[in-house]
Design a protein around this ligand. Structure first.
Ligand SMILES: [Zn+2]
Length: 141
């Protein structure tokens, strides 16, 4: 693909192409290491997802990326069944307050339910870049 620098790979879970640019590469590289990066604004102190070059709350460009705790709950989900290997697409409400669209993997997707606790996991098929994925998990302690 012209005009976009960086790696391209197809998600094993959704079949969607992951397009990585110079701006988004740190985010996808962190996800491949099992780290979820959120955008953080130095001016208003708020977090945002997805990370972007400006704060969506106050439009400041004094933003950087900070590591999320990696825990959340299923806000909504759907199991895609009209494919060879069914997979789960879900909105996960992060402990930090924002919601992200992701896949729930490496668990019984037939047993998933709204409100269940999930944690960030790495994609075993990931190369140097990946999408942040979640699996069902009980809270520690
Ligand atoms: Zn801000």
């Amino acid at each position: 693909m012209t005009g976009i620098s960086g790696a391209h790979r197809v998600s094993a879970h959704s079949g969607h192409e992951l397009i990585v640019t110079a701006e988004t590469r740190p985010f996808f590289e962190a996800a491949a290491r099992g780290v979820l990066l959120l955008g953080h604004c130095a001016d208003c102190g708020s977090f945002h997802y997805y990370p972007r070059p400006f704060c969506p709350h106050c439009f400041s460009d004094s933003v950087d990326m900070r590591e999320a705790g990696g825990w959340g709950t299923i806000y909504s989900f759907s199991v895609v069944r009209n494919v060879e290997t069914p997979y789960c697409v879900a909105y996960v409400a992060l402990d930090e307050g924002m919601t992200l669209l992701t896949n729930i993997v490496r668990c019984d997707i037939e047993a998933l339910g709204i409100g269940q606790s999930v944690r960030l996991v790495t994609d075993p098929d990931a190369g140097d870049v990946a999408l942040p994925l979640f699996t069902r998990a009980g809270r520690p302690g």
